[in-house]
Design a protein around this ligand. Structure first.
Ligand code: ATP
Ligand code: MG
Length: 746
């Protein structure tokens, strides 16, 4: 074996149980070099599908098996919870250790863990809770109202983005240079007040998790020393997408002692809009002593065709570190390109190909449908539902973001921490219990003046007696309810606690008495919540030193909609391109390849934006293992308006010889593709449909053509015709003056 001497040279090779060939046999030379490197700082820079993640996992196993590093001394950062779970499972298979002693997680997850352990040193309340971005926006809106800022002039979303950005840079208000600039001044005001509210209520937004844990390490030398001694090895996947605060956090934690092993691909940097800095790739080589740089160039994931398309596309970007990916794999089938006449047609095409895949013995879980914008999933979903194909959407409205679930979590959060203002606001009058807006407003007022939490203020208002006795009684009953619930459930396992709270808060009854399918769903979701709590009872891995309630609440906020393997096992996977990072699927659809949608309109203003979109497209293409389809629609209704589109420049950037246009509609005569969208009536109206798909027609100006599609009704009825030498055009039927060709061969 080519690598045998490398193995035998290792001083730890003592007996046959130390045989590590299973760790290094499935690697190529360059990969093996990375996995078996001596303990140095190492940066693996390599393209998609070249085995970076595989190398990272094998490196951890190698460190434990050969270098005899305790799992206790290893910290690994991955990009998603799903990747972290997978990493633990694979390590378990490889070396048999349970992942629970090792710190493996996302930056946010690990930061959170640190803060739970050291909440006092971090200056936090013990039962602190995480604000998801929805909650954050709501809280900001309140703060801005108090500051009398006009929402039109100062959109809360903008403030949210700005404050998160400050935090991602590692800045507190005092670090920001205002320079008489009104915008910055206002943002700082909001930041200051918002932060005070969060502190008082024990709430942390996502960006705060990172910044706060960074400050903890920076400002508490004994804690930093402890972790520096502990973590001898730090490994980071998807390194190209770390932002400033994440990088500083790593740098601080590593100090001069830990060895860092980072893998990344500059061509897959897709989080610039959220503050990620590709320059960290360069910084790494300077900041971490004697960094070795390794490159991997063989791709193991995709066919040569798919790879060639990806290489050609990304060449249009400037300032790349540059690399050439190759494969020994076969050429594979051409990339299918489907031009749909609208988004329903696009969705039907996708569904049809998935059905074909399944009919050929493929599995649904092998199929991924990727899109640029979340809003695109709705039509795809409706067609999948009609075709009775199981699917799962990642990153849409997550289970834990649904109204009824947030209500229920509100109660649980208030039980865990009375001072959680955001939970207090959420449930004080849900279900309705006669506490009017005026009462709530006066509670807010007292809280504001006294620097109190809403809970504290409410208690004070009741005692002060300057509220009508009816209002005061209602308020008192609410506080008592929460206290009672806490008392009654103190000894209960989490799922019984949840059950008890749903029942006695009146929340379940509140949703039950509402009529309608949607409300029924909500009741079902509440039951689902109870089952979700069950696993928190005695799974020590999930608990991580917290009470089951704390652990559960934290995970609901950090959950990114990734579900356990078993659930997604049989489903087609729908997700945005951003969430597809790091994953791979035998069959991939990239939908909506249209200018302004992908590349996204917002990114078209500058070249950086466009290049990031192109990298996103590169990420999309390189998810595909065996078959890739690109689709675009000529007309698309998105966010309520219907638009004629232009196909994405990214399609043109892929060499034509790799692409095979698919013309379903020219064979439409035998199997009509056109069926009206579900919203339209399905019975063809008498006036419509005077032409048949595939029929030859004559236009006074454009000449002869073939009918490809029709849609719409009455005056809005449109027809798509492929004219000889001119290509396809959509025409409004009433004005088109089309005539049937003589001796039409339909
Ligand atoms: P991405 O940039 O998309 O994150 P990556 O560089 O992390 O990709 P991996 O996901 O680790 O790549 O590997 C891609 C695929 O190739 C996986 O299915 C992996 O198991 C396989 N693979 C990697 N290295 C080898 C190898 N030496 N032999 C066979 N298969 C390999
Ligand atoms: Mg990877």
């Amino acid at each position: 074996m080519a690598h045998s001497h490398q193995v035998e040279n290792t001083s730890h090779m003592q007996n046959s149980s130390d045989d590590v060939s299973y760790l290094i046999d499935p690697l190529n030379d360059a990969q093996r070099q990375a996995v078996c490197a001596p303990p140095v700082n190492l940066l693996v820079l390599a393209g998609a599908g070249s085995g970076k993640t595989r190398v990272l996992i094998h490196r951890i196993a190698w460190l434990m098996q050969v270098e005899r590093v305790s799992p206790h001394g290893i910290l690994a950062v991955t990009f998603t919870n799903k990747a972290a779970t997978e990493m633990r499972a694979r390590l378990h298979n490889l070396v048999g250790v349970s992942g629970s002693r090792m710190w493996v997680g996302t930056f946010h997850g690990l930061a959170h863990k640190l803060l739970r352990i050291h909440w006092q040193d971090a200056g936090l309340l013990e039962g602190f809770q995480i604000l998801d971005s929805d909650d954050q926006l709501r809280l900001l809106r309140n703060v801005m109202k108090e500051l009398n800022l006009d929402e039109k002039q100062w959109p809360p979303k903008q403030a949210q983005w700005q404050i998160n950005q400050y935090k991602d840079e590692g800045w507190r208000v005092q670090d920001i240079a205002v320079n008489n600039d009104r915008y910055t001044q206002v943002m700082c005001d909001i930041y200051l007040n918002y932060q005070a509210r969060c502190e008082k209520s024990g709430l942390l937004d996502f960006a705060e998790l990172l910044l706060r844990s960074f400050e903890l390490l920076r400002d508490k030398p004994p804690i930093l020393t402890h972790y520096r001694q502990r973590f001898a090895h730090i490994l980071v996947d998807e390194f190209q997408d770390t932002n400033s605060i994440q990088y500083q956090w790593l740098r601080l934690l590593a100090g001069d002692r830990a060895r860092c092993f980072a893998v990344g691909d500059d061509d897959q940097a897709i989080y610039g809009w959220r503050g990620a800095k590709v320059t960290n790739l360069h910084n790494f080589q300077q900041d971490f002593q004697d960094t070795q740089l390794l490159r991997l160039e063989q791709n193991y994931r995709s066919t040569a065709t798919i790879l060639e398309a990806a290489n050609a596309l990304i060449q249009n970007n400037s300032g790349r570190l540059g690399k050439h990916l190759w494969t020994t794999g076969n050429e594979g089938t051409p990339i299918g390109l489907y031009t749909a006449y609208n988004e329903y047609d696009e969705a039907r095409f996708v569904v049809e190909r998935i059905q074909g895949w399944a009919a050929d013995g493929g599995h649904y879980r092998e199929c991924a449908v990727l899109y640029r914008s979340n809003a695109q999933s709705r039509v795809l979903e409706s067609e999948l539902v009609q075709a009775k194909i199981p699917y799962r959407v990642y990153g849409g409205l997550r289970f834990f973001e649904r109204q009824e679930i947030k209500d229920a979590l509100g109660y649980l959060r208030l039980l865990a921490n009375n001072n959680d203002d955001s939970a207090f606001e959420r449930v004080i009058n849900t279900p309705t219990r006669g506490i009017g807006d005026r009462s709530v407003e006066s509670v807010r007022e007292v809280a504001r003046r006294g620097g109190l939490s809403l809970w504290q203020a409410a208690s004070r208002v009741i005692v002060a007696g300057d509220m009508s006795s009816r209002a005061a009684n209602a308020l008192r009953r609410f506080l008592e309810l929460i206290l009672q619930l806490r008392q009654q459930t103190a000894q209960l396992p989490l799922h019984e606690l949840t059950e008890h709270v749903l029942e006695h808060s009146g929340l379940r009854a509140f949703y039950k008495q509402k009529k309608g399918e949607r409300e029924q769903m909500r009741v079902e979701n509440l039951e689902e919540l109870i089952s979700a709590t069950k696993q928190y009872q005695d799974d020590s891995f999930l608990l991580d030193g917290m009470t089951p309630l704390q652990a559960f609440l934290s995970n609901t906020a950090l959950d990114t909609g990734e579900e356990s393997k078993e659930i997604s096992e049989q489903c087609v996977q729908l997700m945005t391109l951003h969430s597809a990072k790091g994953l791979e699927f035998p069959l991939v659809f990239l939908c909506g390849l249209e200018e302004k949608l992908f590349p996204h309109q917002m990114a078209l203003q500058d070249n950086n934006g466009l290049e990031e979109e192109r990298r996103l497209c590169y990420v999309g293409i390189t998810r595909a293992m065996r078959q890739l389809y690109l689709t675009h629609a000529e007309v698309r209704r998105l966010h309520g308006t219907e638009n004629y589109t232009r196909s994405s420049r990214f399609i043109q950037e892929i060499p034509a010889e790799l692409i095979e246009p698919i013309r379903l509609r020219s064979v439409a005569v035998s199997q009509p593709v056109f069926t009206p969208p579900p919203i339209a009536t399905s019975a063809p109206s008498a006036a419509s449909n005077t032409f048949i798909l595939g029929e030859r027609v004559l236009h006074p100006k454009f000449g002869e053509g073939i009918v490809l599609a029709q849609e719409g009704q009455g005056a809005a009825q449109r027809i798509q015709v492929n004219f000889k030498g001119l290509g396809t055009k959509w025409l409004v039927l009433t004005y088109a003056n089309l005539q049937k060709c003589e001796n039409s061969d339909k």
